[in-house]
Design a protein around this ligand. Structure first.
Ligand SMILES: Nc1ncnc2c1ncn2[C@@H]1O[C@H](COP(=O)(O)OP(=O)(O)OP(=O)(O)O)[C@@H](O)[C@H]1O
Length: 276
C-alpha cells in the first residue's frame, strides 16, 4: 500500500462485492459494439435531486443535490464510512434511495443500466477465461474483434491469449478497464480502482484513464482516498462529510498534469485535506 500524507486509506465495505456480481451479470446483456464502426459516444449527465439514503436509523446521505455534466470527470473524497460507495451504488442503480431521485441522461435510475459500468479495486477477472475472453465476456456477434480493439485501447493487445493469473495487478486492472469500456458506456463509475497498485503503476493508470476518458467522452465518477489522485485526474472534486457535500471544488489545471510538481495542485490538495 502506498504511504502518503494525502492518502486516507481505510477499509473497503464488503457491499461492493455484491455490486460487482451484479455488474458482471449486467455485462452479459445489451452490449454495444466497440471499434471503428461503433456509434460515437457521448457521456451522459447525472442529476441527483434531494437524494437521501438511510440504513435503518442511520442516515448516510441526506438531501444531496448534484448535477454532473455529461463528460465531466468528478472525484469524490471523504473519510471512510462517509457514504462514497453508497452514493456510487445508488448512481449505478444497485441500491435504491430512501428518498429523492437520480437521473442519468434524463432517465430516472431504477436499476443497473447497460450504459453504466463499474470498476473496483480488484479486477475480478474470471480465472478460467483467457484475457480476450474476459474482455468479450458478453459474447455478442463479432466479440473477438471488439474485445481485441478494447484491449489495444489499454495497450494489452499482445496479452489476449494469456490467463489472468499471469498478469500483474496493473495489467489486470487494464483488462478490467477494457472489459468496462467494450460496451462504450456513457457513465463509468470507479470505486478506488487504483488503490491496490504501487505508485508508479498508479501514475501509469492515471495517464491511461485520462487518455481513454478524453477519447471516449464518458462521464466519470471516481471515488478515491488519495487527494493527489483526485487533483491529478478530476475536473472537479467533491468532499462528502456528515451526509452532505461540504466542498465542491473545480480543478482548473491544464492537462496532462504532473503529479506533485505543480504548486497550484498542491494548494488544492491542501484545501481538500483540510475539509476532509
Ligand atoms: N447494506 C448496508 N447495510 C447497512 N449499512 C450499510 C450498508 N452499506 C453501507 N452501510 C453503512 O453506510 C455507511 C457508509 O458506507 P460506505 O461504504 O458508503 O462508506 P465509504 O465512504 O465508501 O467508506 P470507505 O471509504 O471505507 O469505503 C457506513 O456506516 C456503512 O456501514
Amino acid at each position: 500500500m502506498r504511504e502518503s500524507a494525502s492518502v486516507l486509506r481505510l477499509h473497503k465495505d464488503a457491499s461492493f462485492h455484491e455490486a460487482d456480481a451484479l455488474a458482471e451479470k449486467n455485462l452479459l446483456r445489451d452490449v454495444r459494439p466497440h471499434g471503428k464502426d461503433a456509434p460515437s459516444l457521448n457521456g451522459q449527465d447525472i442529476r441527483l435531486d434531494r437524494l437521501s439514503k438511510s440504513f435503518g436509523n442511520r442516515s448516510v446521505l441526506s438531501d444531496l443535490d448534484l448535477v454532473i455534466p455529461a463528460g465531466q470527470l468528478l472525484a469524490i473524497v471523504g473519510r471512510s464510512g462517509c457514504g462514497k460507495s453508497t452514493l456510487l451504488r445508488l448512481i449505478a442503480g444497485l441500491d435504491r434511495p430512501t428518498s429523492g431521485t437520480i437521473a442519468i441522461g434524463g432517465a430516472e435510475v431504477q436499476s443497473l443500466q447497460p450504459n453504466v459500468r463499474l470498476l473496483f479495486q480488484d479486477a475480478r477477472l474470471l480465472p478460467w477465461h483467457r484475457v480476450l475472453s474476459n474482455v468479450g465476456i458478453a459474447r455478442t456477434k463479432g466479440w473477438q474483434e471488439t474485445a481485441a480493439a478494447a484491449l489495444a485501447d489499454v495497450g494489452l493487445d499482445d496479452r489476449s491469449n494469456d490467463w489472468p493469473a499471469v498478469l500483474s495487478g496493473g495489467q489486470a486492472q487494464r483488462v478490467a478497464l477494457a472489459r468496462a469500456l467494450v460496451s462504450r458506456p456513457g457513465v463509468l463509475l470507479l470505486d478506488e480502482p487504483f488503490g491496490a497498485l504501487d505508485a508508479l503503476t498508479r501514475m501509469e493508470m492515471h495517464r491511461l484513464l485520462e487518455r481513454i476518458w478524453r477519447e471516449h467522452g464518458f462521464t466519470t465518477v471516481l471515488i478515491t482516498h488519495d487527494v493527489a489522485e483526485a487533483v491529478a485526474l478530476a475536473d472537479r472534486v467533491l468532499v462528502i462529510r456528515d451526509g452532505g457535500i461540504t466542498l465542491d471544488l473545480p480543478v482548473d489545471l491544464p492537462r496532462p498534469r504532473r503529479e506533485g510538481a505543480d504548486t497550484a495542485a498542491v494548494a488544492l490538495q491542501a484545501r481538500i485535506l483540510e475539509e476532509v
